[in-house]
Design a protein around this ligand. Structure first.
Ligand SMILES: Nc1ncnc2c1ncn2[C@@H]1O[C@H](COP(=O)(O)OP(=O)(O)O)[C@@H](O)[C@H]1O
Ligand SMILES: [Mg+2]
Length: 248
């Protein structure tokens, strides 16, 4: 079953064609990689899926839902969650509060609803927060302000927050940036756990140690255009890909 289907999508910023006639799919239970040199359109692709800005042409579907014209919160409500290239957390709130707020954000469109939700601590979401903190080994940090976490812990908290909306598709924008080899291994295991929860994953990543060892399939962008697609070992040996990364 196809979870995400991107067809003929383009996006221009002034003179820059950031995404150029892109086709890309993510199937149920799949972990799909999206790689390419700096500025090749990876984050723009994620932003188009989330509805940060409109595309110029093409279509993006989540299952049978055409996302065209839908607001960000509506896409979140349909089951799309993401992390950012630069960590975004509520620094002054505790780890627990950060995740708990995220459980309330899915599909909540109005301030009034949000306010109501803050007073409605349902047992279900309390349990969900605890489970997420367990999954990301943050239980012993639950009462610490997010800004006082280590970098690796903040990255884990971001993932826990993304999962709190119970997404069907998780978009990760360079989650391994700045991690050491051991942290990359742990991240890989967690991404597998996410997949085991039935969530499909689109992974934008520069750290090849992660991309090559966690994805089922990889798409390669260069100047907004897809130049290759295939299994990790095929991509690793692809001459076009090597040229895009290292020049001819
Ligand atoms: N909001 C924006 N406004 C103008 N130009 C942008 C914007 N976002 C991205 N770009 C440009 O689009 C191109 C692709 O950027 P991006 O998708 O961030 O690349 P990547 O994530 O692959 O490094 C770059 O040339 C970048 O400068
Ligand atoms: Mg980027």
């Amino acid at each position: 079953m196809t979870v995400l289907s991107i067809k003929n999508v383009s996006k221009r910023f002034g003179g820059v064609l950031a995404v150029d006639d892109l086709d890309l799919t993510v199937d149920k239970g799949e972990i799909v990689g999206l790689i390419g040199p700096n500025g090749s359109g990876k984050s723009t692709t994620i932003n188009l899926i989330c509805g940060v800005f409109p595309m110029d042409k093409g279509s993006i579907k989540l299952f049978d839902n055409d996302l065209k014209g839908l607001a960000r919160y509506e896409r979140s409500h349909l089951g799309i969650a993401r992390t950012y290239q630069n960590i975004r957390l509520f620094g002054g709130l505790t780890v627990w509060q950060n995740v708990w707020i995220a459980t309330r954000q899915n599909g909540i469109g109005s301030f009034a609803k949000k306010l109501g939700a803050l007073f409605l601590r349902s047992q279900k979401s309390v349990e969900a927060v605890d489970e997420l903190l367990d999954l990301f080994a943050l239980q012993n940090k639950a009462n610490i302000a997010a800004e006082n976490l280590s970098f690796g812990e903040q990255r884990r908290l971001e993932l826990a927050r993304a999962l709190a909306s119970e997404p069907k598709l998780l978009l990760l924008d360079e989650p391994a940036a700045g991690m050491n080899s051991e942290e990359v291994q742990e991240l890989r295991d967690r991404i597998f756990k996410v997949r085991d929860l039935g969530i499909s994953v689109l992974l934008v990543e520069h750290v090849m140690e992660l991309v090559m060892n966690v994805t089922d399939r990889i798409n390669v962008l260069n100047f907004g255009k897809k130049i290759a697609e295939g299994k990790p070992n095929a991509i690793q040996g692809n001459a076009l890909v090597q040229e895009a990364y290292f020049g001819s």
